[in-house]
Design a binder for this molecule. Structure first.
Ligand SMILES: Nc1ncnc2c1ncn2[C@@H]1O[C@H](COP(=O)(O)OP(=O)(O)OP(=O)(O)O)[C@@H](O)[C@H]1O
Length: 612
């Protein structure tokens, strides 16, 4: 495990986090929190009340005055019942506060995550570790209130017993209280170390989850079986598990040793008190009731102090983890927000990339090196080039998933960094190379292209027809309502198997999403015909050509037959535009495009020749 220590937030930051946490808890479950506080108070005062009542009973018996005993016995019964009821009520309320706060915290967290406008954060391991810890914190944020309540309850118990102890021995009371200070400092240090350890093993646990997911879902099931990767992946996963457990074990050992030391010290202090009380009783300075009270008070104060110290340490740990939640919530949208946002006009002239340089981070190599390109309104520009040339990167910049490292992208002269990203994206339709196959119904899988169409069956059907997938969807067991997943059972019949589409059918479904956004100003098609059979490719190609006619579009395809009729073909090589023109012009130029085209065409020509 290479990851080093992480700078942990200081007192002020934690105090602000605590205030935020308290605010979250109070907003999420105000009535339940109030009830929880009330039963906690009842739970806190009952041990003290019981100790006093027991003392009075014992003193009454010792002095032979039996008159008040029935009343005291009844009071003990009532207090005991109250204590039991408070314990159970607190347990329910604690769970309910936890659920309500968790719901709110998850809502806050995922609202923030979905509000991230760029992609860079999702590609940062440190961010993913932070997100995991934030999710952990959002799963049980009620623990914060739980530990706070536990500390408050113990404080009340301590205060109650301390009053009683002071009457018997002020010196011993001071000794008892002072002994809690080193314990608290040690526990706080341990909680920091624990959170630090959790941060260090974050990547290890994510890798473990990655291997576990690979082995337990369909994503990699074929390759794992064919390549016989089961043992390889399992061994790697177990190595990660062992590494994480080793770190946890080390921490647990350290904690156990420290806790044992603290418990030993507490036992010595209690022993001293007991010896003193017995000697004092023997000399007649304490009554039998006093000794009983003293013993109960020592046990009560020590237990409560220990709970307070643990609760303090636990709250500290929870706050350190909650800090990840606070950081994510407050981290803003990711890409710089325009101070004075400009309304994005409908495209009329075109989109210009002006000396665009881009790399994914300072540590990564340049992907685009000074790209100058104009995508005229109403025209189709095809991007071609070898694998890794930067074609997909360029369209990610057009959608503003990243900002150019240098240079600018202008939409009718407006820098796209000056408009809200959502306004820009509302004007774009796209089929990405790595489009998502959602485990949703066929209808939802198309509607994600434009959620305003979700209830418009006619629009969805039309888009599916245009993408050539309507018939396949209509023939599914529940038509468009069929769940396209084998991981979840269909709602209509929990015993039935789910349905999966073929690769080409999924591709058409992704195209249907794009057809829903046909009216948008810019259409981006990254390998739109990948996975389609020859006939489907031809058919889809014709449809897309019709769709693109008179519209602004950018098409990427390695099948040069699909891009040859584009208005402009742009060859990207080494991150720069090396050739640009129509198919005929580039063929005449006899450069990279002509060579690529000739190589592809020769495959088909040979086939034809062989068939003749
Ligand atoms: N998210 C990323 N983080 C870091 N590097 C990346 C990322 N995405 C792509 N790259 C790198 O950027 C370069 C260009 O990738 P890009 O996907 O733009 O190429 P492409 O021309 O679309 O390739 P292909 O034809 O194979 O789809 C590649 O070297 C790739 O490794």
């Amino acid at each position: 495990m290479k990851r080093g220590r992480r700078e942990q937030p200081g007192f002020r930051v934690l105090a602000r986090g605590a205030a935020r946490g308290a605010g979250l808890v109070c907003r999420a479950a105000p009535a339940h929190v109030a009830a929880y506080v009330a039963v906690t108070l009842v739970g806190a005062v009952t041990p003290v009340a019981l100790a006093w009542l027991t003392k009075d009973v014992l003193d009454g018996i010792a002095h032979g005055s039996a008159a008040g005993l029935p009343g005291l016995a009844a009071a003990i019964a009532v207090v005991t019942t109250l204590a039991a009821a408070a314990t159970h009520a607190a347990e329910y309320l604690r769970g309910e506060v936890d659920r309500r706060v968790s719901l709110r915290a998850k809502d806050e967290l995922f609202t923030a995550v979905c509000g991230f406008t760029g992609l860079a954060r999702f590609e940062s391991p440190a961010f993913l570790d932070r997100l995991r810890m934030a999710q952990q914190s959002a799963s049980n944020p009620g623990r914060l209130i739980d530990t706070a309540m536990s500390a408050a309850r113990s404080l009340i118990t301590v205060a109650g017993f301390v009053g009683s102890l002071l009457l018997i021995s002020p010196v011993f009371t001071a000794l008892l209280l002072l002994s809690a200070i080193p314990a608290l400092l040690i526990e706080l240090r341990l909680s920091r170390q624990r959170v630090d350890m959790m941060w260090r093993i974050g990547p290890v646990e994510r890798k473990e989850m990655f291997y576990a997911r690979l082995m337990s879902t369909t994503d990699a099931a074929k390759e794992i079986r064919l390549f016989d990767l089961g043992a390889f992946l399992r061994v790697r996963m177990l190595a990660e598990v062992r590494a994480a457990y080793a770190a946890r074990r080390g921490m647990d050992r350290r904690e156990s040793a420290v806790q044992a030391g603290l418990a030993g010290a507490a036992a010595i202090v209690a022993g001293i008190g007991l010896v003193w009380a017995i000697l004092a009783a023997a000399q007649g300075r304490l009554s039998v009731g006093d000794v009983s009270m003293f013993v109960a008070a020592i046990a009560g104060v020590q237990a409560a102090l220990s709970t307070m110290v643990s609760a303090g340490a636990m709250a500290h740990e929870q706050l350190l983890i909650f800090q990840h939640h606070v950081t994510i919530i407050g981290s803003g949208p990711g890409l710089p927000v325009p101070a004075d946002p400009v309304a994005l006009p409908a495209l009329r002239r075109g989109i210009e990339l002006r000396d665009v340089w881009f790399r994914y981070s300072d540590e990564h190599p340049w992907v685009l090196r000074g790209v100058d390109l104009f995508i005229p309104y109403g025209r189709t520009v095809a991007l071609v080039g070898r694998n890794g040339a930067g074609k997909s990167t360029l369209i990610k910049l057009l959608c503003r998933f990243y900002d150019p490292t240098r240079g600018a992208i202008l939409w009718d002269g407006v820098d796209i960094r000056d408009v809200p990203p959502e306004a820009l994206r509302a004007r774009i339709g796209a089929v990405f190379q790595d489009f998502v196959s959602y485990e949703l119904t066929a209808r939802d899988n198309i509607a994600v292209g434009d959620l305003t169409a979700a209830e418009d069956q006619e629009r969805l059907r039309l888009a599916a027809e245009e993408a050539g997938v309507h018939e396949a969807l209509a023939a599914l067991p529940y038509g468009y309502e069929t769940l396209l997943s084998r991981d979840f059972a269909p709602e209509q019949d929990e015993e039935a198997d789910g349905v999966l589409l073929s690769g080409g059918q999924w591709q058409r479904l992704a195209l249907a999403r794009a057809f829903l956004r046909r009216e948008n100003d810019l259409m981006i098609l990254d390998e739109p015909s990948a996975g389609l059979d020859a006939e489907a490719e031809y058919e889809v190609h014709n449809r897309l050509t019709r769709l693109r006619a008179g519209r602004t579009s950018v098409v990427i395809s390695h099948r040069l037959g699909a891009t040859r009729d584009a208005d402009t073909i742009v060859v990207l090589s080494g991150g720069a535009v090396t050739e640009q023109g129509t198919h005929a012009e580039l063929r005449a130029l006899d450069g990279t495009y002509a060579a690529l085209f000739a190589r592809q065409a020769s495959g088909y020509v040979d086939d034809l020749a062989a068939r003749r």
